[in-house]
Ligand binder design. Sequence first.
Ligand SMILES: [Mg+2]
Length: 399
Amino acid sequence: MPDPRSILHVDLDAFYVAVERLRDPSLVGKPVVVGADPRGGRGRGVVAAASYEARVFGIHSAMPIGEAYRRCPHGVYVAGHRDLYARAARAVRRVFAQFTPAVEPVSIDEAYLDLTGTERLHGPPARTAERIRSAIVENTRLPVSMGLGTTKTIAKIASDLAKPEGFLEVLPGREAVFLARLPLRRLPGVGPATRQRLAKYNLKTVGDLARLDQDILAGILGERGSSFLASATGDGGRAVAAREHPKSVSRECTFDTDTTDLEFCEAMLLYLSERACHDLRTQRLTARTVTLKLRHHDFTTVVRSTTMPSPTDSDRTVATTARELFRAACGPRPRVRLLGVGLSNLIVEVPQLELFASSRALAWDRLTAPLDRLRERYGFEAVRSGSTLRLRNPNQLDD
Ligand SMILES: [Mg+2]
């Protein structure tokens, strides 16, 4: 048996809300909702984050903002400051880098750190975890929860249980005992539908699942059964190694009012393409498939994709493709509610210069590396290109 691994899951508590409270301390202790303008319950976007005080009212992220307002009209609704979030996340990543090179980000406020083998340099992993917390607090003043275990699944469950501002370590060999009595909702990937199906067989805890024969579980849940079993017995979740990359990257925006302005739509597509490509490049990925999402005023939604002969991370190539898809899909007199640009079929590699790219497109691509660096330092909105300048408030992007 190889030595057990030490995986630390670090998760900032109510991240957007915490950043907003640093900006405006009067928000401390109040039910705070970060997201679109609720407009007295008639707002059209979604909740990006909710404080613990707001969650008491059943508000959670991705809930329609109007629904949040109905549940908690006296809450404080703030539009959100993406650049502040990005800056705080960068400060946290710099702390991680002082302790281990093996960091796997999960989202802007969450990451796995592999502390295996750092003992000689930094001491026992639990002590390293506390030093990481101190450094995060010192550099950002943000509250954070952490879980330490031998697998990613264990570490993640531990940090969830430790929230807020806690730390929980599951010692090697104690995984099964730790998991046995936990309710199934604690297992990542087990949603309400799966829980309902399992409840019919009186399976309620992770331990119930772990005691089950693999074939029986597969009979109940199908092929996914075995991966739940791996989680349930504590060996689920691969070690943090070469970073796993996401399956897709996408950006979308719900408009404040439905629009019939095609030029505005195309400017928004360029902007969304720039943001999605920026995400792609910061992860050193390229994409072969571009997807357009178009929601009409009556909520009918059109999704169209094109797969390109060679992968790209170029704003212009993606924007051109998205625009073509839009023109083909929008119909004669569209009233557009939402637009989105998605990139999938992701590949880790350097894009090739396209043979037939126009010289203007190439000049643009030579610009993007310095642009990305500027944006890394000063935030995305520091630089705006051509037609996206006419977008009034692109910060209204949905998350
Ligand atoms: Mg979090």
